[in-house]
Ligand binder design. Structure first.
Ligand code: ADP
Ligand code: MG
Length: 352
Protein backbone atom coordinates (compact mmCIF):
# COMPACT_ATOMS: atom_id res chain seq x y z
CA UNK A 1 0.00 0.00 0.00
CA UNK A 2 2.83 2.42 0.86
CA UNK A 3 4.29 1.89 -2.60
CA UNK A 4 1.22 3.38 -4.29
CA UNK A 5 2.36 6.09 -6.72
CA UNK A 6 0.82 9.55 -6.31
CA UNK A 7 -2.24 10.11 -8.49
CA UNK A 8 -1.80 11.87 -11.78
CA UNK A 9 -1.63 15.65 -11.43
CA UNK A 10 -5.10 17.23 -11.53
CA UNK A 11 -6.86 13.88 -11.51
CA UNK A 12 -10.60 14.55 -11.91
CA UNK A 13 -13.02 11.77 -12.85
CA UNK A 14 -16.51 12.86 -13.86
CA UNK A 15 -19.48 10.52 -13.92
CA UNK A 16 -23.12 11.15 -14.71
CA UNK A 17 -26.08 9.66 -12.86
CA UNK A 18 -29.55 9.82 -14.39
CA UNK A 19 -32.28 9.41 -11.84
CA UNK A 20 -35.66 7.71 -12.48
CA UNK A 21 -38.59 10.03 -13.29
CA UNK A 22 -40.21 11.58 -10.24
CA UNK A 23 -43.98 11.13 -9.80
CA UNK A 24 -44.44 14.65 -11.27
CA UNK A 25 -42.40 13.78 -14.35
CA UNK A 26 -44.20 10.56 -15.21
CA UNK A 27 -45.69 10.87 -18.69
CA UNK A 28 -43.32 13.72 -19.65
CA UNK A 29 -41.14 13.09 -22.72
CA UNK A 30 -37.60 11.85 -22.15
CA UNK A 31 -34.97 14.20 -23.58
CA UNK A 32 -31.80 12.55 -22.29
CA UNK A 33 -30.88 9.11 -23.59
CA UNK A 34 -28.14 6.87 -22.22
CA UNK A 35 -26.38 5.44 -25.31
CA UNK A 36 -23.78 3.36 -23.48
CA UNK A 37 -21.70 3.34 -20.27
CA UNK A 38 -19.87 6.48 -21.34
CA UNK A 39 -22.20 8.46 -23.58
CA UNK A 40 -25.51 10.27 -23.36
CA UNK A 41 -27.51 12.09 -26.00
CA UNK A 42 -29.51 15.21 -25.22
CA UNK A 43 -32.21 15.72 -27.82
CA UNK A 44 -32.72 19.07 -29.49
CA UNK A 45 -35.38 21.49 -28.40
CA UNK A 46 -38.32 21.77 -30.77
CA UNK A 47 -38.66 25.19 -32.39
CA UNK A 48 -40.52 27.47 -30.00
CA UNK A 49 -39.85 25.17 -27.02
CA UNK A 50 -38.98 26.66 -23.66
CA UNK A 51 -36.51 24.06 -22.47
CA UNK A 52 -38.62 23.46 -19.40
CA UNK A 53 -38.56 25.83 -16.47
CA UNK A 54 -40.95 24.44 -13.91
CA UNK A 55 -43.16 27.50 -14.27
CA UNK A 56 -40.56 30.27 -14.02
CA UNK A 57 -39.97 32.51 -17.02
CA UNK A 58 -36.21 32.72 -17.35
CA UNK A 59 -34.28 35.66 -18.75
CA UNK A 60 -33.82 35.32 -22.51
CA UNK A 61 -30.02 34.98 -22.21
CA UNK A 62 -30.37 31.64 -20.39
CA UNK A 63 -30.26 28.77 -22.86
CA UNK A 64 -32.81 25.96 -22.78
CA UNK A 65 -31.91 22.74 -24.54
CA UNK A 66 -29.59 22.73 -27.56
CA UNK A 67 -30.80 23.42 -31.12
CA UNK A 68 -29.47 20.10 -32.35
CA UNK A 69 -28.97 16.71 -30.73
CA UNK A 70 -25.77 16.67 -28.66
CA UNK A 71 -23.68 13.85 -27.26
CA UNK A 72 -21.69 14.10 -24.03
CA UNK A 73 -18.96 11.73 -22.84
CA UNK A 74 -18.16 10.78 -19.24
CA UNK A 75 -15.85 8.44 -17.38
CA UNK A 76 -19.02 6.51 -16.58
CA UNK A 77 -22.74 6.99 -17.07
CA UNK A 78 -25.21 5.45 -14.62
CA UNK A 79 -28.74 5.06 -15.92
CA UNK A 80 -31.83 5.11 -13.77
CA UNK A 81 -31.46 1.43 -12.90
CA UNK A 82 -27.95 1.84 -11.43
CA UNK A 83 -27.63 0.87 -7.79
CA UNK A 84 -25.89 2.82 -5.04
CA UNK A 85 -23.36 0.00 -4.89
CA UNK A 86 -22.48 0.43 -8.59
CA UNK A 87 -22.03 4.18 -8.19
CA UNK A 88 -19.84 3.54 -5.15
CA UNK A 89 -17.71 0.94 -6.98
CA UNK A 90 -16.94 3.25 -9.89
CA UNK A 91 -16.45 6.53 -8.05
CA UNK A 92 -15.43 6.14 -4.42
CA UNK A 93 -13.84 2.71 -4.12
CA UNK A 94 -10.78 3.71 -6.21
CA UNK A 95 -10.38 6.77 -3.97
CA UNK A 96 -10.14 4.61 -0.84
CA UNK A 97 -6.92 3.09 -2.20
CA UNK A 98 -5.53 6.56 -2.78
CA UNK A 99 -6.63 7.70 0.68
CA UNK A 100 -4.89 4.80 2.41
CA UNK A 101 -1.76 5.56 0.43
CA UNK A 102 -1.77 9.01 2.06
CA UNK A 103 -3.35 11.33 -0.49
CA UNK A 104 -6.40 13.56 -0.04
CA UNK A 105 -9.48 12.73 -2.08
CA UNK A 106 -12.85 14.30 -2.64
CA UNK A 107 -16.21 13.28 -4.06
CA UNK A 108 -18.68 15.95 -5.19
CA UNK A 109 -22.37 15.62 -5.95
CA UNK A 110 -23.31 18.32 -8.45
CA UNK A 111 -26.66 19.16 -10.05
CA UNK A 112 -29.95 21.03 -9.75
CA UNK A 113 -32.27 20.54 -6.78
CA UNK A 114 -34.15 17.27 -6.76
CA UNK A 115 -31.90 15.31 -9.13
CA UNK A 116 -30.51 12.89 -6.55
CA UNK A 117 -27.38 14.48 -5.03
CA UNK A 118 -28.35 13.72 -1.45
CA UNK A 119 -29.79 10.37 -2.49
CA UNK A 120 -26.43 9.44 -4.00
CA UNK A 121 -24.36 10.73 -1.07
CA UNK A 122 -26.56 9.77 1.88
CA UNK A 123 -29.25 7.48 0.48
CA UNK A 124 -31.87 6.05 2.82
CA UNK A 125 -32.13 3.27 5.40
CA UNK A 126 -32.93 0.75 2.67
CA UNK A 127 -30.52 2.09 0.04
CA UNK A 128 -27.56 3.63 1.86
CA UNK A 129 -25.50 6.08 -0.18
CA UNK A 130 -21.82 6.25 -1.02
CA UNK A 131 -20.72 7.79 2.29
CA UNK A 132 -22.20 4.84 4.14
CA UNK A 133 -20.70 2.31 1.71
CA UNK A 134 -17.31 4.02 1.86
CA UNK A 135 -17.36 3.98 5.67
CA UNK A 136 -18.06 0.26 5.84
CA UNK A 137 -15.31 -0.46 3.28
CA UNK A 138 -12.83 1.85 4.99
CA UNK A 139 -13.18 0.11 8.37
CA UNK A 140 -12.92 -3.28 6.65
CA UNK A 141 -9.62 -2.22 5.12
CA UNK A 142 -8.27 -0.70 8.32
CA UNK A 143 -9.11 -3.95 10.06
CA UNK A 144 -7.36 -5.94 7.33
CA UNK A 145 -4.27 -3.72 7.60
CA UNK A 146 -4.18 -4.53 11.32
CA UNK A 147 -2.92 -1.05 12.01
CA UNK A 148 -4.39 -0.94 15.50
CA UNK A 149 -3.06 2.49 16.23
CA UNK A 150 -4.78 4.16 13.30
CA UNK A 151 -6.91 7.16 14.09
CA UNK A 152 -10.08 8.30 12.34
CA UNK A 153 -11.21 11.90 12.74
CA UNK A 154 -14.52 13.22 11.46
CA UNK A 155 -15.85 16.72 10.87
CA UNK A 156 -19.01 17.95 9.19
CA UNK A 157 -19.44 21.55 8.11
CA UNK A 158 -21.63 23.49 5.79
CA UNK A 159 -21.22 26.63 3.76
CA UNK A 160 -24.39 28.68 3.73
CA UNK A 161 -24.47 32.24 2.37
CA UNK A 162 -20.64 32.26 2.33
CA UNK A 163 -20.50 31.44 6.04
CA UNK A 164 -19.12 28.28 7.56
CA UNK A 165 -21.06 26.34 10.22
CA UNK A 166 -20.29 23.23 12.23
CA UNK A 167 -23.00 20.63 11.64
CA UNK A 168 -21.92 18.38 14.52
CA UNK A 169 -21.78 21.05 17.22
CA UNK A 170 -24.01 23.80 15.80
CA UNK A 171 -23.09 27.36 16.80
CA UNK A 172 -22.62 30.71 15.06
CA UNK A 173 -20.59 31.04 11.87
CA UNK A 174 -16.90 30.09 12.26
CA UNK A 175 -13.88 32.09 11.16
CA UNK A 176 -11.72 30.64 8.44
CA UNK A 177 -7.97 31.32 8.23
CA UNK A 178 -5.63 30.45 5.48
CA UNK A 179 -2.50 28.76 6.77
CA UNK A 180 0.39 29.26 4.35
CA UNK A 181 1.22 26.01 2.61
CA UNK A 182 -1.52 24.18 4.52
CA UNK A 183 -4.89 25.34 3.31
CA UNK A 184 -7.76 26.56 5.45
CA UNK A 185 -8.19 26.31 9.20
CA UNK A 186 -11.73 26.63 10.55
CA UNK A 187 -11.51 28.12 14.03
CA UNK A 188 -13.53 26.13 16.56
CA UNK A 189 -14.64 23.37 14.19
CA UNK A 190 -15.28 20.20 16.16
CA UNK A 191 -13.47 16.97 15.31
CA UNK A 192 -14.78 13.63 16.48
CA UNK A 193 -13.10 10.29 16.87
CA UNK A 194 -15.39 7.38 16.03
CA UNK A 195 -14.03 3.94 16.89
CA UNK A 196 -16.58 1.93 14.91
CA UNK A 197 -18.33 2.45 11.55
CA UNK A 198 -21.63 2.69 13.45
CA UNK A 199 -20.35 5.64 15.48
CA UNK A 200 -19.15 7.38 12.34
CA UNK A 201 -22.52 6.90 10.64
CA UNK A 202 -24.33 8.25 13.73
CA UNK A 203 -22.27 11.43 13.37
CA UNK A 204 -23.24 11.68 9.72
CA UNK A 205 -26.93 11.26 10.56
CA UNK A 206 -26.72 13.88 13.31
CA UNK A 207 -25.12 16.41 10.94
CA UNK A 208 -27.66 15.73 8.21
CA UNK A 209 -30.46 16.71 10.61
CA UNK A 210 -28.79 20.05 11.18
CA UNK A 211 -28.48 21.06 7.52
CA UNK A 212 -30.18 24.32 6.65
CA UNK A 213 -33.38 23.86 4.70
CA UNK A 214 -35.19 26.58 2.86
CA UNK A 215 -38.21 26.22 0.59
CA UNK A 216 -37.86 27.18 -3.07
CA UNK A 217 -40.32 26.98 -5.94
CA UNK A 218 -38.31 24.20 -7.53
CA UNK A 219 -38.34 21.93 -4.51
CA UNK A 220 -40.00 22.73 -1.22
CA UNK A 221 -37.38 20.92 0.85
CA UNK A 222 -34.26 21.38 -1.29
CA UNK A 223 -31.08 22.11 0.57
CA UNK A 224 -29.54 25.51 -0.11
CA UNK A 225 -26.22 24.80 1.53
CA UNK A 226 -23.03 23.02 0.59
CA UNK A 227 -22.31 20.20 3.05
CA UNK A 228 -18.75 18.95 3.56
CA UNK A 229 -18.30 15.67 5.42
CA UNK A 230 -14.64 14.84 6.02
CA UNK A 231 -13.02 11.64 7.23
CA UNK A 232 -9.35 11.98 8.14
CA UNK A 233 -7.28 8.84 8.52
CA UNK A 234 -3.95 8.77 10.31
CA UNK A 235 -2.00 5.54 9.98
CA UNK A 236 0.96 5.01 12.27
CA UNK A 237 2.15 2.19 10.07
CA UNK A 238 5.97 2.30 10.14
CA UNK A 239 6.28 1.82 6.37
CA UNK A 240 5.54 5.54 6.26
CA UNK A 241 3.71 7.85 3.93
CA UNK A 242 4.85 9.97 0.99
CA UNK A 243 7.22 11.98 3.21
CA UNK A 244 8.34 9.03 5.35
CA UNK A 245 6.17 10.06 8.33
CA UNK A 246 2.76 8.72 9.36
CA UNK A 247 0.29 8.62 6.52
CA UNK A 248 -2.40 11.22 7.09
CA UNK A 249 -5.06 11.83 4.50
CA UNK A 250 -8.59 13.11 4.19
CA UNK A 251 -11.58 11.92 2.24
CA UNK A 252 -14.15 14.68 1.65
CA UNK A 253 -17.74 14.18 0.55
CA UNK A 254 -19.39 17.34 -0.71
CA UNK A 255 -23.14 17.47 -1.23
CA UNK A 256 -23.45 20.73 -3.14
CA UNK A 257 -26.40 23.10 -3.09
CA UNK A 258 -28.64 23.00 -6.16
CA UNK A 259 -26.90 24.38 -9.25
CA UNK A 260 -30.05 26.00 -10.67
CA UNK A 261 -29.84 29.74 -11.23
CA UNK A 262 -30.94 32.28 -8.63
CA UNK A 263 -34.01 33.08 -10.73
CA UNK A 264 -35.15 29.48 -10.27
CA UNK A 265 -35.55 29.91 -6.52
CA UNK A 266 -38.16 32.13 -4.87
CA UNK A 267 -36.60 34.97 -6.83
CA UNK A 268 -37.41 37.70 -4.33
CA UNK A 269 -35.60 39.42 -1.46
CA UNK A 270 -33.77 36.93 0.76
CA UNK A 271 -34.29 34.07 -1.68
CA UNK A 272 -32.55 35.88 -4.53
CA UNK A 273 -29.63 37.02 -2.40
CA UNK A 274 -29.21 33.54 -1.04
CA UNK A 275 -29.14 32.11 -4.53
CA UNK A 276 -26.43 34.59 -5.49
CA UNK A 277 -24.08 33.68 -2.66
CA UNK A 278 -24.66 29.96 -3.16
CA UNK A 279 -23.61 30.56 -6.75
CA UNK A 280 -20.50 32.37 -5.63
CA UNK A 281 -19.14 29.19 -4.06
CA UNK A 282 -20.42 27.08 -6.94
CA UNK A 283 -18.98 29.42 -9.56
CA UNK A 284 -15.62 29.40 -7.78
CA UNK A 285 -15.70 25.61 -7.54
CA UNK A 286 -16.49 25.35 -11.23
CA UNK A 287 -13.53 27.63 -12.10
CA UNK A 288 -11.24 25.62 -9.83
CA UNK A 289 -12.31 22.29 -11.32
CA UNK A 290 -11.98 23.64 -14.85
CA UNK A 291 -8.55 25.08 -14.04
CA UNK A 292 -7.47 21.71 -12.62
CA UNK A 293 -8.79 19.84 -15.66
CA UNK A 294 -6.79 22.21 -17.86
CA UNK A 295 -3.71 22.22 -15.62
CA UNK A 296 -2.49 18.72 -16.45
CA UNK A 297 1.16 19.07 -17.32
CA UNK A 298 1.20 22.87 -16.96
CA UNK A 299 0.79 25.59 -14.36
CA UNK A 300 -2.29 27.78 -14.40
CA UNK A 301 -3.84 30.01 -11.77
CA UNK A 302 -6.32 28.11 -9.62
CA UNK A 303 -8.68 30.57 -7.90
CA UNK A 304 -9.10 28.86 -4.51
CA UNK A 305 -9.55 32.12 -2.61
CA UNK A 306 -12.64 33.20 -4.50
CA UNK A 307 -15.08 31.50 -2.12
CA UNK A 308 -15.37 29.77 1.25
CA UNK A 309 -16.08 26.42 -0.37
CA UNK A 310 -12.94 26.43 -2.51
CA UNK A 311 -10.80 27.78 0.33
CA UNK A 312 -11.99 24.98 2.63
CA UNK A 313 -11.21 22.38 -0.02
CA UNK A 314 -7.89 23.82 -1.13
CA UNK A 315 -5.93 20.94 0.38
CA UNK A 316 -8.23 18.38 -1.22
CA UNK A 317 -8.25 19.55 -4.83
CA UNK A 318 -5.44 19.52 -7.36
CA UNK A 319 -1.81 18.60 -6.76
CA UNK A 320 -1.64 14.94 -5.85
CA UNK A 321 -5.30 14.83 -4.75
CA UNK A 322 -7.87 12.75 -6.53
CA UNK A 323 -11.35 14.03 -7.26
CA UNK A 324 -14.58 12.41 -8.41
CA UNK A 325 -17.50 14.53 -9.57
CA UNK A 326 -20.88 12.86 -9.68
CA UNK A 327 -23.15 14.98 -11.84
CA UNK A 328 -26.81 14.15 -11.31
CA UNK A 329 -29.62 14.85 -13.78
CA UNK A 330 -33.19 14.03 -14.66
CA UNK A 331 -33.95 12.75 -18.17
CA UNK A 332 -37.43 14.31 -18.35
CA UNK A 333 -38.27 17.26 -20.61
CA UNK A 334 -39.35 19.67 -17.84
CA UNK A 335 -35.82 19.45 -16.39
CA UNK A 336 -34.16 19.99 -19.80
CA UNK A 337 -32.65 23.38 -19.06
CA UNK A 338 -30.94 22.25 -15.85
CA UNK A 339 -29.88 18.98 -17.45
CA UNK A 340 -28.21 20.83 -20.35
CA UNK A 341 -26.44 23.19 -17.96
CA UNK A 342 -25.18 20.29 -15.79
CA UNK A 343 -23.98 18.33 -18.84
CA UNK A 344 -22.04 21.33 -20.13
CA UNK A 345 -20.28 21.91 -16.81
CA UNK A 346 -19.59 18.24 -16.15
CA UNK A 347 -18.22 17.46 -19.60
CA UNK A 348 -15.99 20.55 -19.49
CA UNK A 349 -14.70 19.56 -16.03
CA UNK A 350 -13.49 16.34 -17.56
CA UNK A 351 -11.79 17.82 -20.57
CA UNK A 352 -8.06 18.29 -20.17
P1 ADP B 1 -31.09 16.64 -4.40
O1 ADP B 1 -30.29 16.33 -3.20
O2 ADP B 1 -30.27 16.64 -5.65
O3 ADP B 1 -31.90 17.89 -4.27
P2 ADP B 1 -32.54 14.27 -3.68
O4 ADP B 1 -31.40 13.35 -3.50
O5 ADP B 1 -33.15 14.81 -2.44
O6 ADP B 1 -32.15 15.47 -4.64
O7 ADP B 1 -33.61 13.51 -4.58
C1 ADP B 1 -34.93 13.99 -4.78
C2 ADP B 1 -35.89 12.81 -4.70
O8 ADP B 1 -35.64 11.87 -5.73
C3 ADP B 1 -35.78 12.05 -3.40
O9 ADP B 1 -37.07 11.65 -3.00
C4 ADP B 1 -34.93 10.86 -3.75
O10 ADP B 1 -35.19 9.75 -2.92
C5 ADP B 1 -35.34 10.59 -5.20
N1 ADP B 1 -34.23 10.01 -5.97
C6 ADP B 1 -33.15 10.68 -6.42
N2 ADP B 1 -32.33 9.88 -7.11
C7 ADP B 1 -32.87 8.66 -7.08
C8 ADP B 1 -32.51 7.37 -7.62
N3 ADP B 1 -31.38 7.20 -8.34
N4 ADP B 1 -33.33 6.34 -7.40
C9 ADP B 1 -34.47 6.50 -6.71
N5 ADP B 1 -34.87 7.68 -6.18
C10 ADP B 1 -34.10 8.74 -6.36
MG1 MG C 1 -30.08 17.47 -1.51
Amino acid sequence: CGAEPPPQEGSVAVVLRVRPPSPRERGAPTVLHVLNQHTVLLSAEEPGGTGGTGGTTPPARCPGRPRKNLQFEFDHVFDEKATQEEVFQHTTLPLLETLLAGYNCSVFAYGASGVGKTHTMMGSMTTPGIVHLATVELYKRLEAMKDKSCEVLVSYQQVYKERVYDLLEPQGPLNVWEKPGKGAVVQGLSFHQPTTPEQLLDMLAKGNKNRAQRPTKANASSSRSHAIFQIQVKLRDPTGGPAGGPRVAKLSFIDLAGSERAWDSTGRGEGLWEGTSINRSLLALKSVIRALAGAKGGQSHVPFRDSKLTLLLKDSLGGSCRTAVIAAVSAAAPAGRDTYSTLRFASRARRA
